[in-house]
Design a protein around this ligand. Structure first.
Ligand code: NAD
Ligand code: MG
Length: 394
């Protein structure tokens, strides 16, 4: 068994905390090289005390000036760095073998790409990074020889159900379709007319998963499934029509792969992100994740339904953006990030989210992408456009 050094980008978030929970069960196997966090400094401090990383990376100099002496006083040898360059540095450092990419949103793109370009084993939770820069991201993976392992529970499930050589193309390896499951979120059964009045607290109360605020709102609007559809197309080199979204309220079947001979392989488990995290950490081996065994008799039922396009317009917006190509997915993602923040801040209603995204996509025609600055520019322009909508409401 090899010993590996890991950097956890976004250590203080939901995925970061679950990652450290798994790592703590396997201290003989993994050492923590760096932990990063943008807020919740008390959590980061406690994590540094427990895992004693070489580096911690925070947002700015003020946070660093507060954290560094506290760690020193506690006898923790961790050096505190700050800023976006430091994020990329700890992701690409030559002493690191594994990088958990668990920053939320576009902010994670640069450090995740730095890890990819440095040829690391990259555990990808930060789906927004891949959605924004799809073709460039996958090109960087193949050029550097990085190994990309999906953490998103659905994509991790698909990865587990795929044949080893799926990179040859789905048709060549006998895969007919990918069945991407979705819980349907907290508003699956709400009357359409009640959706306009739902609160951020209701949107964040996911029935099966406990997650960060942004992905919780995305799950409620099903933009999460839209982003995941795009993610699946890039990760598994699939066409969007080869990916079918199936609503499965129990979140026990994490996704399925349908083969041409009629076999359908599924991965099941309790809804706990430590399972995909442990899978990707140890792959191709298996390690304990702390997740209890699935009790099928208690689960009793597995239900499946088609998604309702009227209730969840974000799903078709994502399909349209992927079909449009170029910068469209970066625009979709940026407009969604602005809209979700505005909803969480009480500035707009829940049903304004798809309106803002559609408006932004209509205002900014997609452009071809050859280099990363084009993606960053589209991201910036989409944020400005979406902000304009927030101010003018048209
Ligand atoms: P979270 O909000 O709980 O945590 C986000 C982390 O990113 C925190 O450590 C935060 O400090 C850091 N961060 C936020 N803004 C930053 C910035 N501008 N610069 C640097 N760091 C920043 O989010 P989460 O739920 O853990 O999700 C993380 C990623 O994993 C997201 O992309 C999400 O879509 C994906 N994901 C999460 C889950 C889940 O169960 N939580 C499941 C699948 C995929
Ligand atoms: Mg998911």
């Amino acid at each position: 068994m090899s010993h590996e050094w890991i950097t956890v980008l976004g250590a203080t978030g939901s995925i970061g905390v679950s990652t450290l929970d798994v790592l703590a069960r396997h201290v003989d196997r993994y050492s923590v090289f760096a932990l990063t966090g943008h807020s919740r400094m008390a959590v980061l401090e406690a994590q540094c005390q427990q895992h004693r990383p070489v580096f911690a990376v925070v947002a700015d100099a003020a946070q660093a000036a507060e954290l560094q002496p506290r760690l020193a006083a506690a006898g923790v040898p961790t050096r505190v760095l700050h800023g976006s360059e430091a994020l990329a540095d700890v992701a690409a450092d030559q002493r690191v073998q594994v990088v958990m990419a668990a920053i939320v949103g576009a902010a994670g793109l640069a450090p995740t790409l730095a890890a990819v370009r440095a040829g690391k084993r990259v555990l990808l939770a930060n789906k927004e990074a891949l959605v924004m820069s799809g073709a460039l991201f996958m090109q960087a993976v193949s050029q550097s020889g990085a190994q990309l392992l999906p953490i998103d529970s659905e994509h991790n499930a698909i990865f587990q159900c795929m044949p080893q050589n799926y990179g040859a193309g789905l048709g060549k390896v006998g895969v007919r379709r990918i069945l991407l499951t979705a819980s349907g979120g907290p508003f699956r059964d709400y009357a359409l007319e009640d959706l306009a009045g739902v609160t951020p607290a209701q949107a964040c109360a996911h029935p099966n998963w406990s997650m960060g605020q942004k992905i919780s709102v995305d799950s409620a609007s099903m933009m999460n499934k839209g982003l995941e559809l795009i993610e699946a197309c890039w990760l598994f080199d699939a066409r969007p029509e080869q990916v079918e979204v199936v609503v499965h309220p129990q979140s026990v079947v994490h996704s399925l792969v349908d083969y041409v001979d009629g076999s359908v392989l599924a991965q099941l488990g309790n809804p706990d992100m430590r399972t995909p995290i442990a899978h990707a950490l140890a792959w191709p081996e298996r390690i304990d994740s702390g997740v209890s065994a699935l009790d099928l008799l208690r689960t009793a039922r597995l239900d499946f339904q088609a998604p309702d396009p009227l209730r969840f317009p974000c799903l078709s917006l994502a399909r349209q953006a992927f079909d449009a190509g170029g910068t469209a997915c970066a625009i979709l993602n940026a407009a969604n990030e602005v809209a979700v923040q505005a909803f969480l801040g009480g500035r707009i209603g829940f049903t304004d989210i798809p309106v803002i995204i559609e408006h932004t996509l209509n205002c900014l025609p997609p452009e071809r992408v050859e280099e990363l600055p084009q993606v960053m520019l589209a991201d910036q322009q989409a944020r400005e456009q979406a902000e304009t909508w927030l101010v003018k409401r048209v």
